[in-house]
Write a protein that binds this ligand. Structure first.
Ligand code: MGD
Ligand code: MGD
Ligand code: MO
Length: 760
């Protein structure tokens, strides 16, 4: 770890800093040659899908797209370090529990299946057959299928996800919580209500035609670096980019493209955003409503701003929304958004000038209590000028995990639509469970209340990614069995049920071979609904790894038998899984052929054709009122309290911590910092570099704290603080969730600070 240092970052995003960071990560992973080879194969027609983000791939993807965080994701998986049975003999679970997330994952790739022994406190080797048998026995022993939980993290490929949901449903439950419940759930819900389909409507090509792009609550410089290239190109050809972000984020301001070496040699960079606004946490709905107010005023004055034909032909509820906008006062808008009427008018002018507008958003929008109505307001805003279903315009919820969208398409959803269940019943000829299952937060409640007894995780780090860490750990520990299908050691493995298994699997960059030696293909779907193939190129990190599908089908074969589904045959050739997907999931006809086309295929989005599969067949405006008070308004009069957003540093992938630097925010050598405005530092009586403990809400009688954070002064509005996830997850009460989305409110957490004394 490098020395702790807080500094002012003055360079553009990416650029030389990114190249330096890349070479350091390749060196640290100790497998340099292999890494370089894999980088050249990333996001190529015959290579593997980048395990980083879900941003779309360019049409002319012949030259490799450089992305610092893609490199980190790949080197993290191709590391030469190994976690062997000897390692588990040496370290007890109790000892590893004292390690932080970085140290756990940095031990390297898991190599062998392991079973926890409660008597010794160590994990011990177990054979694959015995492990499969153990899971099957536990599943068979439950009184009711709803006592089992099947969690999915969004890296699982379509084929793994399809098999996993089939296993859960044939076993008899819809208990399929996933990481999406903590991520874009509100987007799916809001888009479904407004437009009839829970996915974004734009393609990458639309970014080449947009005249304005609005981004809300998103940090692409770190989390979707390839999107910066897209934004830069748009900006270069004169498209106006308007950013709304509570923090000043470097990647949204300036960007130097590492692929343009000449520009970097000259020390050049390119401006990304034309306008940059910093609303209060949770203030975007008010800001958007303010922009709509300006549009209505301009329509009344000049006419020709609102697309009345579009509204009449395709939508419902416009008048009620117009009334809602007109009755919302500027005072309420300014107070909640933290932006002035002048600023909002300036942003609205860009919208009025543009004939084709895209709105992008991510976690700064989806992780609040009122996220669903906020996203519906984004859609209202687009609909009013007909910005759905025309080139260069539409909705773009920027997804997280590389296949999180595909997993939902494959049926990973605790509240499946009847049509999916009907299709499954028709194909397999057996009844499917109709009761809704539990999402992530309800899965924790179910374990806590003794209603769920077996937890199976297909990837991810459930104990660390969820809110209220202590409650979640107690819940997991009360299970009969916890099973984690994983590539790397993480905290969830250490929060064992009475029985616990770690089942190590082949990673995305590794070859997965059929018995005849032919490589298997897997498929994924990106943020723009493009489905394409992915095939690894490295030999697996250990001969004792199994592909996810081998693990799942062996469990299914033993737990359910193979009368309805010939599970083991599915694992032999994934084309057989794809044939079943083609028969069950709409849009996948002729899947095996179409996915072998160079760029795969587009699933399409009815919204792009101005078809809206809502009950009315029309796009629905939402006339929701602004929430009376969002968190920062509730807390500003409570002495000592402040609203915290929990976010990602530049050196992490969710709970995977690559290192301790957050270059663009000027933090080096530590993750235990809290970003505060100078006004809040004065109000709360703390100074730069002070050590503080963070205390969460304890209204339900449970103490919540996270100790030992250093104060960093940062350019953010008063009343709004920021610190990294997952260290701050213990502060988020399990019951603090979004309305209708049930997503933890990770961007609106009530905290107060206590000074702590610590040796430097
Ligand atoms: N390298 C890397 N890439 C990733 C990930 C990663 O951890 N590392 N994670 C992946 C996943 S699963 C996801 S979901 C995405 C996440 O991508 P992001 O959504 O970009 O992730 P966060 O770090 O949570 O950043 C939230 C951003 O929103 C801003 N923000 C917070 N609250 C508000 C608000 O109320 N209003 C406004 N306007 N802004 C706000 C914050 O200042 C911050 O810039 O990235 C994916 N890609
Ligand atoms: N406070 C707060 N909490 C949050 C968020 C936030 O912004 N703030 N963000 C939320 C969001 S957006 C998300 S998406 C969730 C993420 O939640 P998860 O998806 O559960 O967590 P990850 O950290 O992505 O999971 C990392 C682990 O996945 C395993 N893994 C990696 N690759 C593979 C693979 O190819 N196969 C298998 N089987 N396993 C693999 C590794 O063992 C690794 O340790 O966290 C959520 N939690
Ligand atoms: Mo996510």
């Amino acid at each position: 770890m490098s020395r702790e240092r807080i500094f002012q970052y003055t360079h553009p995003a990416a650029g030389w800093g990114a190249l330096r960071a890349v070479s350091q990560h390749i060196r640290h992973s100790q497998a340099p040659l292999a890494n370089v080879r894999s980088l050249l194969k990333m996001n190529q027609p015959d290579g593997f899908d980048c395990p980083g983000c879900a941003w779309g791939d360019p049409e002319h993807g012949s030259s490799f797209e450089f992305c610092e965080n893609g490199v980190k994701a790949v080197t993290w998986e191709t590391t030469a370090k190994r976690v062997t049975p000897k390692f588990f003999e040496r370290y007890s679970v109790a000892e590893m529990k004292t390690w932080d997330d970085y140290r756990l994952e940095d031990q390297g790739r898991l190599t062998s299946p392991m079973r926890y022994n409660g008597d010794t406190g160590h994990y011990e080797p177990i054979s694959w057959d015995a492990a499969y048998e153990l899971v099957a026995e536990h599943l068979k022993a439950l009184d009711h299928p709803d006592q089992a939980l099947f969690y999915t993290s969004g890296k699982a490929a379509n084929e793994s996800a399809y098999v996993f949901q089939l296993l859960a449903r044939l076993y008899g439950t819809n208990n399929l919580p996933d990481c999406s419940n903590m991520c874009h759930e509100a987007s799916g819900t809001a888009l479904g209500e407004s437009l009839g389909i829970g996915k974004g409507s734009v393609l990458l090509e639309d970014f080449e035609k947009a005249e304005a792009i609005f981004t809300f609550g998103q940090n692409p410089g770190t989390n979707h670096p390839r999107m910066l290239g897209t934004l830069r190109e748009a900006s270069e050809r004169g498209c106006e980019i308007v950013a709304f972000n509570t923090l000043r984020e470097r990647g949204l301001e300036r960007f130097a493209d590492p692929q343009k070496k000449l520009e970097m040699l000259r020390g050049g960079s390119h401006r990304i955003s034309s306008l940059y606004f910093r609303p209060h946490l949770g203030g975007d709905m008010a800001a958007i409503r303010g922009m709509a107010k300006v549009v209505f005023e301009r329509e009344a004055r000049d006419g020709n701003v609102i697309d009345h034909d579009f509204i009449a032909q395709y939508t419902n509820g416009f008048d009620a929304w117009q009334r809602a906008v007109e009755t919302t006062s500027w005072e309420a808008i300014e107070d909640q958004s933290g932006l002035t009427r002048e600023e909002i008018t300036q942003a609205a002018e860009v919208y009025i000038r543009s004939n084709a507008t895209i709105c992008c958003w991510a976690m700064g929008i989806t992780q609040h209590q009122h996220s669903v109505v906020m996203i519906r307001e984004i859609v209202n805003f687009l609909l009013m000028r007909g910005n759905i279903g025309k080139p260069g315009a539409g909705t773009c919820p920027v997804r997280g995990h590389s296949n999180v969208q595909g997993d939902r398409t494959m049926g990973i959803f605790e509240r499946p639509k009847p049509a999916l269940l009907d299709a499954l019943e028709a194909y397999y000829g057996v009844p499917m469970p109709r009761e809704h299952g539990v999402d992530t937060v309800n899965a924790i409640r179910a374990m806590r209340d003794g209603k769920a007894k077996v937890f199976i995780g297909l990837g991810g780090n459930f104990a660390r990614a969820t809110s209220d860490s202590e409650v979640c750990e107690e819940a997991l520990s009360s299970c009969n069995l916890t099973v984690h299908i994983s590539t790397k050691l993480n905290r969830s493995h250490l929060v064992t049920g009475r029985d616990a298994l770690i089942l190590p699997c082949v990673g995305r960059v590794e070859v997965d071979r059929r018995a005849d030696g032919q490589p298997q293909l897997i498929t994924v779907e990106d943020s723009m609904s493009m489905v394409h193939g992915s095939a690894g190129i490295h030999e697996p990190a250990s001969p004792d790894l199994r592909p996810e599908i081998t693990i799942l089908t062996n469990i299914a074969h033993r737990a359910l038998g193979s009368e309805v589904v010939d599970w083991l045959a599915l694992a032999e050739d994934y084309d057989r899984i794809r044939d079943q997907i083609a028969a069950v999931i709409p849009g996948f006809a002729d899947f095996n052929n179409r996915v072998r086309q160079p760029r795969g295929f587009w699933l399409g989005n009815p919204g792009a054709r101005r078809e809206f599969p809502t009950p009315s067949g029309r796009a629905e405006f939402s006339d929701a009122a602004l929430p009376e008070m969002v968190m920062h308004q509730q807390l500003r009069d409570r002495e000592g309290w402040i609203t915290l957003q929990t976010l990602r540093s530049h050196d992490q992938y969710n709970t995977t911590v690559y290192g301790y630097n957050d270059r663009y925010r000027g933090v080096e050598g530590t993750r235990r910092v809290i970003f505060l405005s100078s006004a809040d530092m004065a109000r709360l009586g703390v100074a730069k570099n002070d050590w503080v403990d963070l205390i969460g809400d304890s209204a339900d009688g449970r103490e919540r704290r996270a100790n030992g954070f250093r104060v960093v002064e940062y350019d953010t509005p008063a009343g709004c603080a920021a610190a990294y996830y997952p260290e701050t997850n213990p502060l988020i009460p399990l019951d603090s969730v979004g309305l209708k989305s049930n997503t933890p409110t990770s961007k609106s957490v009530a905290i107060r600070l206590e000074k702590s004394v610590r040796l430097a």
